[in-house]
Every structure is written in structure tokens, then in C-alpha cells.
Design a protein around this ligand. Structure first.
Ligand code: GLO
Ligand code: MG
Length: 407
């Protein structure tokens, strides 16, 4: 089909919003949620042609999305088989990287905000958290999320919320409550639960039914501790555990649904975690979006079923990355107020002076893919779907991604 006919078809029948974009439940305490946009509503498409966005439009595109990463995403390059290969970057120095690379927010563990948290009384914790808030605000940044780091303390060797020891389970709940208190000081309404050590190396080591009930108790205790806090569960199927108890977003949302305040329990999808579960990250995102429960994403990449690699977004699976961006665009994710976080790691081979490229590149790839999604002729999708010609659809997408083919 010639470009002329394609443009004519676009004018006669602009792409319909996908069913996903129709009526998403509104996430609680998110007044900025508006009706999601579809790729059909983009400004340059409505001019009647599939044009490359101008520089101004691309800047708008970048500012629609809010980006974040965590202090641990600038690291020393150590792995289980070798020590650090880069010097530690001081927090003050890391802080300056955010704005320089075009980021808007920081995701924090509780002890990223207040180091040695276990040895400090609340008055000191509060003081240090206030100082941290001042420091990030001075850089024009906000806190995207906070997360209790429940996996490094000696008391969580056998699990945190699901430890066989009642006193250890109690400690984990108290630590999660403290994280909520810190989150409030940071003016941040979302606590992320990555349930690192909730699972087993040996199935018989735990009573899984009890473990799931304890997870629910922990979530309820957190909800009861603060009437406004929202909990975003970040599922992961394995690593460090052999089998984790909340391996998928389905598990996470099911737990939330039976909690004492389901409105305040949602999810965070990490690309690599979905891939490790053998699932498609964009479908996982779509599932959470359809429920109004996608409260953050950790975009990265993963080369097959290996250790958790946290590669730059799109670096291993560009097509899978495209589909994640496509689904976020379809849902008007940027306008829900939720942010795009990159949970990525620099390669060990990277020298110190170029060890933030994984962050800059992930953001750049994301924005290129937003542009690709917005400039794809969605009428082709419509026609191919109507004709059930998915080979044609696939080829059109591949050519679009490669920047080749019919013009
Ligand atoms: C590890 C997780 C981890 C969490 C972070 C926030 O696999 O992805 O990086 O996202 O600790 O809780
Ligand atoms: Mg993560």
C-alpha cells in the first residue's frame, strides 16, 4: 500500500482507541489521572500524516513522562564472583547525575535515606530524612517510591514476613512501618515491597499456606499503620530464592484483593522479573493497567532465563521493549502520575567515568520507542487485524522499528 493511500485511510478512519484505553479504574489518591490517550490522538498524527515529531514535540514527549532511578543503579560492578571494579560514588555526586541525565525523581530504600537505620532512634531518623528531602528538592527532584530493605538484616536469613521465627516476622513488620514513616517525611505516598527472601530454597522448609497468610498479615499491618499509604508489590519469581512466594503480578494483586484495603495495594512490574517468570512484560503491564494497578515500572532487560541481569532497557529484546512502551502509551500511563523507573545495572566492564551510560541509554531508548509508537501507522494494525494477516502486521512493525521498508 502506498504511503498516500495509507494517509488517506488514516484520515477516513482514524485508529480506534484500544479497549484497554476505555475505562481504567482510577488509582486512589491520584487526582492527575485522566482518560487514557490512544496512539490515535497524538498531535502529529491528527495533522493527517505520519510525520516525524518535531524537536518541540519530542521535548513535550520527554516531559510527559517522569523518570526515576535508585542510588543502587550507580554501582561498583561487583558480582557474586568478583569484587568491586569501580570506586564508590558518593551520594552527593550521584544526586547530581539525576538532573544531568534528565531524570525527575529518586527511588529509595529506607536505608538509602537513613543509613544504619537499625542503630538510630526515630528522632534522628526523622531529622536525617528531612535533610535528605531538602537535598533532593534542592536538585529539583522528588521521591518516587520508598522500599524497606528487608533482605540484608541477619534476622531475615530465613525470610522476613515469612520467617519461621515469630520474632523475626515481627521485626520485619516493624521495619516496614518505619519505612512508611520515612516515606511520609519524604512526601512520598508509595512503598514498594520487593519480597526478596519470601520463598524457599527447599520447599519443605516452610508451610506455604501459613507463609501466604503471614504475607497478608504484613500487608494489613502496613495498611493499618497509615491511612493513606499505597503499597506497590514488585513480583519476582526467583533470585535470591529458588522459588519466591509472590512470583507474578497475578499473585501480587490477588494478595491485595483480599487485604483490608484493596484500593491501596497495587503493583510494580519489572521487565526482567516478568521475563524470568517466562511471561511477557507488556502483558503483565496490561493486566495491571486493566485493573488500575500499575503504580510503577522497573524497565530494564534480560537475556533469557539466567540470573537477574538488569540490562539497559531494550538492549536484549527491542521488540519486547517496544511492546512495553506501546502498552504504556495505549493506557496513557504518563498521565496517571505514575513514573518510569529504570532498574538497570552498568556492565562490570564499564570504566568509572562512563558508568552512568546504562541510565542515559535506557531513557533514550524509551523515548525513541515512544516516538516509534506514535509514528507507527496504526491503520495498518487495524487492517491486518481485520484481515487476520499477522505476518503482514509483524513485518510492518519490524520495518518500522528498523526504519526501512515502504515509505
Ligand atoms: C531486585 C529488585 C530490586 C528492587 C528494589 C526496590 O531484583 O528489582 O532492585 O526493585 O530493591 O525495592
Ligand atoms: Mg526492581
Amino acid at each position: 500500500m502506498s504511503a498516500f493511500i495509507r494517509v488517506r485511510l488514516w484520515l477516513i478512519s482514524p485508529p480506534e482507541p484500544s479497549s484497554l484505553t476505555g475505562k481504567l479504574p482510577v488509582p486512589p489518591s491520584c487526582p492527575c489521572h485522566v482518560r487514557p490517550i490512544s496512539p490515535g490522538t497524538i498531535s502529529w498524527a491528527s495533522r493527517g500524516a505520519i510525520l516525524r515529531p518535531s524537536l518541540a514535540e519530542r521535548n513535550t514527549m520527554a516531559s510527559e513522562y517522569k523518570f526515576s532511578f535508585g542510588p543502587w543503579n550507580i554501582s561498583e560492578g561487583n558480582d557474586p564472583f568478583g569484587p568491586a571494579v569501580r570506586p564508590t560514588v558518593a551520594w552527593g555526586e550521584k544526586l547530581r547525575v539525576f538532573k544531568r541525565l534528565g531524570f525527575d525523581a529518586v527511588m529509595f530504600h529506607d536505608d538509602d535515606i537513613v543509613p544504619d537505620i537499625e542503630r538510630k532512634e526515630w528522632a534522628q531518623i526523622e531529622r536525617e530524612a528531612k535533610e535528605m528531602r531538602k537535598a533532593i528538592e534542592a536538585e529539583g527532584l522528588v521521591t518516587e517510591v520508598t522500599a524497606p530493605r528487608l533482605w540484608e538484616d541477619a534476622r531475615t536469613v530465613d525470610g522476613a514476613f515469612t520467617s519461621n521465627e515469630a520474632s523475626e516476622r515481627k521485626w520485619a513488620i516493624e521495619r516496614a512501618k518505619r519505612c512508611i514513616d520515612i516515606s511520609n517525611v519524604m512526601n512520598c505516598g508509595i512503598v514498594v515491597l520487593w519480597l526478596a527472601r519470601e520463598g524457599t530454597y527447599v520447599r519443605e522448609a516452610k508451610r506455604a499456606i501459613d507463609a501466604h497468610k503471614w504475607l497478608l498479615e504484613a500487608v494489613n499491618a502496613m495498611l493499618a499503620h497509615d491511612p493513606k499509604i499505597r503499597i506497590a508489590i514488585e513480583p519476582k519469581p526467583n533470585e535470591p530464592m529458588d522459588h519466591a512466594y509472590i512470583p507474578t503480578i497475578g499473585h501480587a494483586l490477588a494478595l491485595g484483593a483480599v487485604s483490608n484495603d484493596p484500593k491501596r495495594v497495587g503493583g510494580l512490574i519489572e521487565t526482567a522479573h516478568s521475563l524470568l517468570a517466562g511471561l511477557d512484560p507488556s502483558d503483565d503491564m496490561a493486566f495491571a493497567l486493566a485493573m488500575g494497578k500499575l503504580w510503577s515500572v522497573h524497565l530494564n532487560d534480560q537475556n533469557g532465563l539466567k540470573y537477574d541481569q538488569d540490562k539497559s532497557f531494550g538492549a536484549a529484546n527491542l521488540r519486547v521493549a517496544w511492546n512495553q512502551v506501546r502498552v504504556l502509551e495505549q493506557a496513557g500511563y504518563a498521565k496517571t502520575g505514575a513514573m518510569v523507573a529504570f532498574d538497570v545495572k552498568a556492565m562490570r566492564t564499564q570504566r568509572a567515568e562512563v558508568a552512568t551510560k546504562h541510565l542515559a541509554n535506557s531513557r533514550k531508548i524509551f523515548l525513541h520507542l515512544v516516538e516509534k509508537v506514535r509514528t507507527f501507522d496504526w491503520n495498518i494494525e487495524k487492517q491486518c487485524v481485520a484481515n487476520r494477516d499477522y505476518e503482514e502486521l509483524e513485518m510492518a512493525i519490524l520495518e518500522h522499528l528498523m526504519g526501512v521498508g515502504k515509505k
